[in-house]
Design a binder for this molecule. Structure first.
Ligand SMILES: *Cc1c(COP(=O)(O)O)cnc(C)c1O
Length: 235
């Protein structure tokens, strides 16, 4: 379903106010928090309307779906396209061609494929490592105990730039339920930072219903779908 630019603008203002309040509570600057508009399931015209409302970072989680939207000529010179879903290695080339950053690297094999694809495209690609901090085996992401080795394996891959970490906590009705996962991600980042001597500035965590808690725990990128675009149709 399409949604009007004016209602996206109103939603963005509400989200922006929530970000500002959460940042202030945490003694942080709202400018240090980037909203990634998660446009999955919504059509190209919604992305166009969101761009018009001032959004510049967009997150999509399916290659084929985004290929179809790009075919509708979303040629904004100033948009940054984030891939935020589970990426199969055999789609690495398509992902690297379509996206400006991959926020969901979860294995050494995938990192190597993405690096090779970036080399072929003549790109240097910012990436995040997706950590799975709960025991949910069905979810994507690298286990906490495997994270340091994955981070180290990125080092020699010269077409990748490791910018930080991403996580999706298990769903909890109460946003406070996500806090331990957000805090854990920050601690893991701080640890990797000193172990690897990298700055790792990006913590991508927090979605529509829990981003305030994520901001309190140090999120620098929040991934917002529903609060900007409304409920998604089931697919
Ligand atoms: C869909 C999705 C989101 C957005 O979730 P909302 O609750 O609609 O804000 C954020 N991150 C990822 C990885 C997603 O797949």
């Amino acid at each position: 379903m399409a949604i009007e630019s004016s209602s996206i603008a109103a939603n963005l203002e509400r989200v922006g106010n929530r970000v500002a309040r959460a940042a202030e509570c945490a003694g942080r600057r709202a400018e240090d928090i980037t909203i990634v508009a998660v446009s999955k399931t919504f059509p190209a015209e919604t992305i166009r309307a969101a761009h018009q409302a001032g959004l510049r970072h967009f997150g999509e989680n399916r290659i084929q779906e985004f290929e179809a939207k790009q075919a509708a000529q979303l040629g904004f010179a100033d948009a940054i396209w984030h891939f935020i879903g589970h990426l199969q290695s055999n789609k690495a080339h398509r992902a690297v061609h379509l996206f400006d950053c991959i926020d969901s690297i979860d294995s050494v094999g995938l990192a190597q494929k993405v690096d090779a694809a970036a080399a072929a495209e003549g790109k240097r690609l910012p990436v995040l490592l997706e950590a799975r901090l709960s025991g949910e085996e069905t979810k994507s992401g690298v286990r906490e105990d495997e994270l340091p080795a994955l981070a180290e394996a990125i080092g020699p891959l010269v077409h990748l730039e490791l910018h930080g970490l991403m996580t999706i906590p298990p769903y909890s009705e109460d946003p406070e339920g996500a806090r331990p996962y957000f805090r854990k991600l920050r601690e893991l980042r701080d640890h990797l930072r000193s172990a690897l001597g990298l700055t790792l500035p990006v913590l991508s965590m927090g979605m529509s219903h829990d981003f305030e808690v994520a901001i309190e725990e140090g999120a620098t990128q929040i991934r917002i779908g529903t609060a900007l675009f409304g409920e998604r149709a089931k697919r």
